[in-house]
Design a protein around this ligand. Sequence first.
Ligand SMILES: Cc1cc2nc3c(=O)[nH]c(=O)nc-3n(C[C@H](O)[C@H](O)[C@H](O)COP(=O)(O)O)c2cc1C
Length: 256
Amino acid sequence: MPSPFGLKRIMSTIPITESRNLALLYHLNSEPWLNQQAYSQPSQMSAFKTLGKAEVTLPVCGSTPLTELIGARTSCRNFANAPISIGGLASLLHHTYGTLGLREDGTARMHHRPVPSAGALYPLELYVLVRAVDGLPPGLYHYAAWRHSLELVDTGASMEDFLAELLRQFYVAEASAIVFFTAVFPRTMKKYGPRGYRYILLEAGHAAQNLCLLAAEQKLATLCLGGFRDSAINAKLGLNVAIEGAVYSVAVGHSA
Ligand SMILES: Cc1cc2nc3c(=O)[nH]c(=O)nc-3n(C[C@H](O)[C@H](O)[C@H](O)COP(=O)(O)O)c2cc1C
């Protein structure tokens, strides 16, 4: 019987013999859907919760280089048609999710990475769609974090190809690059089960924030993009969809 959630289609790609795969069923069932009414509503002020209890007013906060970067980060939907440098991109990738050296943790030697990771399992992989990076031909690359190198995935991949799958958010057409955060789900879920799925998404948020703040430090602009067609993007990235999927993406470039 056809399911309103498209389970029939999904079961053909992910076996549901173990409970942890329910999280992956959810993942594939959360492809974009359009609530036209919600999209047509004007932006609103943030909502805040107030308990109506006695309050302690906090001191006014000072400014530091980090607080300035946090304040400078904002969503850019007007990129300039200008390249970023390969050195700048290298720094973004390295400090977003690279390896910062080895450290001893009890009896284990482990990589020190720029984000916290549940169980130090580091489920994320980064792919970079390069449109305009000085010193790097356009195309799709995989960031080999351990070697701090870019592996060429597809020389023919272009921003135009990806735009349709980014829900036609044409304002990223001029971004210099888009970094896709993908997850190898079993790395974390084999230890934490379905809860590991949450941990993976949380970790992607940590990594994406690193990228946004590092870009702000280089006076570059970013746009975090959760709106993309998973199946199509996964296919374009060449992922093994039984265990991997794109979870987040960030466009980076110069603000116009
Ligand atoms: C998980 C997530 C997904 C988002 N996806 C999109 C997106 O697909 N397209 C877009 O234009 N903005 C997207 N945004 C950016 C938000 O619209 C933006 O952060 C919000 O309007 C607040 O503005 P600011 O980033 O300038 O502070 C996303 C933000 C988050 C955290």
